[in-house]
Design a protein around this ligand. Structure first.
Ligand code: SF4
Length: 116
């Protein structure tokens, strides 16, 4: 490890530090995670979401989440936002298909974090 970097390297490091500092203060929303269900067919012991094959907690209605997305679209550029559907197992959510087809998702990227 070089403990005495040259001017070019020091400048690069300083610019990167400045970039990260600005990025931290602005803190743009670029990823929006929706834990759309607490149901999962695996029931892993290490699960941080305490997911079970049948959850006692009802899934958030898609209309509620789409309302959140509409609010985000009014304030931010939707083309810069990725929506991640997660859970639990998003495939087991009854609300998931309607979200992907809704116009509130227009220009937003959608990805589903499914289990294999
Ligand atoms: S959500 Fe992930 S960690 Fe939790 S039970 Fe399902 S597969 Fe396991």
């Amino acid at each position: 490890m070089n403990l005495n970097p040259d001017l070019k390297k020091r400048t690069q490091l300083e610019l990167f530090r400045l970039y990260k500092s600005i990025q931290s203060s602005v803190h743009d929303l670029t990823y929006l995670f929706w834990e759309c269900t607490l149901r999962c067919n695996l029931n892993c012991g290490h699960c941080g979401s305490d997911c079970l094959s049948s959850s006692s907690v009802a899934d958030m209605p898609a209309e509620d989440f789409l309302g959140v997305l509409d609010g985000v679209r009014r304030k931010l550029d939707p083309g810069k936002i990725t929506v991640a559907l997660t859970g639990g197992e998003p495939i087991s959510s009854h609300e998931r298909p309607t979200v992907g087809e809704n116009r509130s998702m227009c220009r937003m990227q959608l990805m589903a974090l499914v289990r294999r």
